[in-house]
Design a protein around this ligand. Structure first.
Ligand code: F6R
Length: 594
């Protein structure tokens, strides 16, 4: 969703650096972008609907400036247009502000403290610059302090004040904000990827903090106005700076990275297990609750089945459902939160609820130091590398694999670990993404022209079907539903007609005939049939219009990789329909608002 980048630099090339930083944030999703920078001691603010790249197209990047803030907006309050784009200037032009998050009491503030202000935009964010102006009497920090007292909601803010030409101020509450450190240069951003390649260190601003950056220092205060010291960390993995390379889109690149991601995940596990602070963390666990959204929720469903098979009662739930009911978590519950970005608002809200119910909390996330990582008692990292395409691919495979590794740890008596890892590694070696890619190409035309697509499967294949249908929907915009194969006959079969497409997953030997029954019923009503299976059996090939052969992965580990053909099919169909698979309409990479 929205992205923030700010720079205070000794060198006067801040426009170029803001451009690079903002473009690096594009992957989070945007509909407009804007920038404020100091030039000749005055604010210059430019906004545009469309991409950050378009914003900078009309700008002379050689203009000398050493302080600036920029923003990619994902519309929540007010339509995506130039006026609603950030930065928002205060009425008298003293402050310029970019904001991630939501101000819940903005209407009340407009009607009370700010009743005399002539607002230009429909946003909640515009109240912030005007509140700063309202409280300002020469000291920006104390104005910010007062503003934080009256704002309800969540925010990461980068603030420029006309009277202070060498600083960017900030405040954060329940939204991420980081400071990147370079010689005589400080960055402020919602995301590591916006920092320049030269930044080797950074710090994560604590929740409920405010302060400022200058070119060679930062000062941070908590909401009790005490100065706080924050540990500076090395930027270890600069993989976030990776380019698309030979691939046409990030999504394609990320699918091709799956094999390496799975291998890395196993390597890290072999080296340090999960390296928890609390070595007794898993003792006395009686019940496991897994909570997540979207693709991460689908991976959680795999976890649920794996833990259940150990005799540990387990249940996966969508975060936005969990938080709006009265959940019951028995004593000795382990609550696991799965999130690629580690910043998903619903998942973060669920952590709070689970903690208040006394559960132990474990995060599974791809982003170290993300909010999920910080909020949970312990964390497992995914080692998937940065995922830039909006549609999650390699992170899903890494999440599913992580559940297998976790299952092995929880198993009692413990499985022979070396043997288990060895079988996994041998299987992963067999993965050939290029061959899978070639195999799905003949199916693209069929899917592209279909109005009604169903993906069906049983047991683990049902979970893969849910994730497959999400992938197809989000980047092709075609109507596609994932179903438990046995459920089709309980109503949905009525939708099957000539030219419906039924994609059936059949990766479990004992369920082949059961799923084939359903496929036959759909076929006899005119549906075109695609079967995805590792079993090259005559009866499967005979019933299918297209048969996609999966690699001979051992059946027990198939859920780790069975999604790959559909990740590729969705990608190719999206291209065939002339969409941009990396940036599907209406969707953002990290969903930081509820
Ligand atoms: C779909 C997709 C989303 C995310 C969901 C949760 O391809 O990417 O469904 O899985 O928004 O995001 P995280 O995992 O970052 O919490």
């Amino acid at each position: 969703m929205c992205g923030i980048v700010g720079i205070v630099s000794e060198s006067k090339d801040c426009l170029k650096k803001l451009q690079e930083g903002l473009c690096a944030l594009e992957y989070r999703g945007y509909d407009s972008a804007g920038i404020t920078f100091f030039v000749n001691n005055k604010f210059k603010t430019i906004k545009n609907v469309g991409s950050p790249k378009e914003l900078f197209d009309g700008l002379d990047l050689k203009v000398k400036s050493n302080v600036g803030i920029a923003h990619t907006r994902w519309a929540t309050h007010g339509k995506p247009d130039k006026v609603n784009a950030h930065p928002h200037l205060s009425e008298k032009g003293l402050f310029s502000v970019v904001h991630n998050g939501i101000i819940e009491n903005y209407r009340e503030l407009k009607d009370s403290l700010l009743s005399g202000v002539n607002f230009k935009s429909q946003t909640d964010s515009e109240v912030i610059s005007n509140l700063l102006e309202y409280f300002y009497s020469g000291d920006v920090l104390s104005a910010i302090k007062n503003v934080t007292k009256v704002l309800d909601g969540c925010y990461a803010l980068a603030i420029m004040c006309k009277d202070d030409k060498d600083k960017i101020y900030f405040a954060r509450k329940n939204m991420s904000l980081l400071i990147g450190i370079n010689n005589n240069e400080r960055y402020l951003s919602s995301d590591l990827s916006a920092f320049s390649k030269e930044c080797d260190t950074y710090l994560t601003l604590p929740n409920n903090s405010y302060g400022f950056i200058q070119k060679n220092k930062e000062e941070i205060f908590n909401f009790n106005n005490e100065k706080v010291c924050v540990k500076v960390e090395n930027i270890e993995n600069k993989a976030f700076l990776t380019k698309q390379g030979k691939f046409n889109y990030f999504m394609e690149k990320e699918i091709y990275e799956i094999k390496a991601v799975l291998q890395d995940t196993i390597l890290c596990f072999k080296e340090n297990k999960f390296n928890f602070k609390d070595k007794e963390f898993f003792q006395n666990i009686k019940y496991i609750k897994i909570i997540a959204c979207g693709t991460s929720y689908h991976a959680s469903l795999v976890g649920e089945k794996l833990f259940d098979s150990l005799g540990i009662m387990s249940n996966a739930e969508i975060a936005s459902e969990f938080i709006y009911r009265k959940p019951y978590l028995p004593e000795n519950t382990l609550a696991i939160f799965v999130s690629q970005s580690g910043e998903t608002a619903d998942t973060l809200a669920a952590i709070k609820v689970a903690k208040s119910l006394g559960a132990k909390t474990l995060g599974i996330t791809n982003v170290k130091n993300s909010a999920v990582d910080r909020e949970c008692d312990e964390s497992i990292y995914l080692h998937a590398g940065v995922e830039k395409a909006v549609a999650s691919t390699k992170a899903y495979n890494a999440q599913v694999l992580t559940f297998y590794l976790l299952k092995n740890i929880l198993q009692k008596p413990q499985n022979k670990e070396a043997e288990f890892i060895d079988v996994l590694e041998q299987n992963i070696k067999k993965l050939n993404i290029k061959t899978m890619h070639k195999n799905i190409l003949p199916v693209v035309a069929l899917v592209k022209n279909s109005k009604n697509i169903f993906v069906v499967g049983r047991n683990f294949d049902y979970i893969t079907s849910l994730e497959a249908s999400l992938k197809i929907k989000e980047i092709t915009y075609l109507n596609c539903e994932g179903f438990a194969a046995g459920e089709l006959k309980h109503g949905t079969l009525a939708l099957i007609e000539t030219n419906s497409v039924v994609i059936a997953y059949i990766t479990e030997k004992n369920l082949i005939d059961k799923t084939l029954n359903i496929v036959a019923q759909a076929k006899s009503r005119g549906a075109k049939i695609v079967i995805i299976s590792q079993f090259n059996l005559k009866k499967l090939v005979a019933v299918s219009d297209y048969f996609i052969k999966l690699a001979n992965f051992s059946e027990q580990f198939m859920p780790i990789v069975s999604i790959i053909p559909i990740q590729l099919l969705a990608y190719e169909t999206s291209l065939a329909l002339k969409h941009n698979p990396d940036k599907p309409r209406n969707l953002a990479k990290s969903v930081t608002v509820e």
